[in-house]
Design a protein around this ligand. Structure first.
Ligand code: AMP
Length: 180
């Protein structure tokens, strides 16, 4: 994890803060400037993937921005890729997991044959906020018999304490905003 300006990698400096998006009071972490920069994007994918070289059978990405990072991470690790999607998007038989939002509920789905029992899986997303989304993804994969090796995210919003929702799984984050 990089906290000082001395060892802050280029990709971290390109994260753009967007005030009041998608609704008032949210400071949105926009990663599109990182994705658009050749060197930053490559360094970001390497930083997400490198700790897991040789340890993973499949990489699971969470819709939608998680897909953008998870697919190149899977390629870098020479593994398959598995999409975890919002309800109604996947065409084959699915299992579904609901999770709490600040107001109401949401759900994620995965194909019932997306992972084999015992597969070592890395979950990838862009941002860890409250952790509810990532925790639901972990539950889906475990239900199908996978071994979730870790959750890897680019950005951890530490002040929202998403780590507490992921106590029983390794969390790999590249940058942590502790103070909001
Ligand atoms: P959570 O379930 O609260 O951890 O929310 C995680 C999901 O919401 C991730 O898939 C993120 O893409 C998105 N998200 C939540 N907060 C932010 C934020 N401040 N900036 C960008 N994305 C966010």
């Amino acid at each position: 994890m990089y906290n000082s300006t001395v060892d802050t990698p280029h990709y971290t400096q390109l994260i753009r803060d967007v005030v009041d998006f998608p609704e008032p009071g949210i400071l949105f972490k926009d990663i599109t400037p990182v994705l658009a920069d050749r060197e930053a994007f490559t360094a970001l994918i390497d930083a997400l993937a490198d700790p897991f070289t040789g340890k993973i059978d499949k990489v699971a990405g969470i819709e939608a921005r998680g897909f953008i990072l998870a697919t190149p991470v899977a390629e870098a690790l020479r593994t398959g890729f598995v999409p975890i999607r919002k309800p109604g998007k996947l065409p084959w038989n699915v299992v579904r997991e609901e999770y709490e939002l600040e107001y109401g509920k949401d759900a994620l789905e995965i194909h019932e044959d997306a992972v084999a029992s015992g597969d070592r899986v890395l979950v990838v997303d862009d941002v860890l906020a409250t952790g509810g989304t990532a925790a639901a993804a972990v539950r889906l994969l475990r239900y199908l018999g996978a071994e979730v090796v870790a959750v890897a995210v680019f950005i951890e919003l530490g002040f929202l304490d998403g780590r507490s929702a992921l106590r029983d799984v390794e969390l790999h984050s590249l940058v942590n905003y502790d103070g909001g």
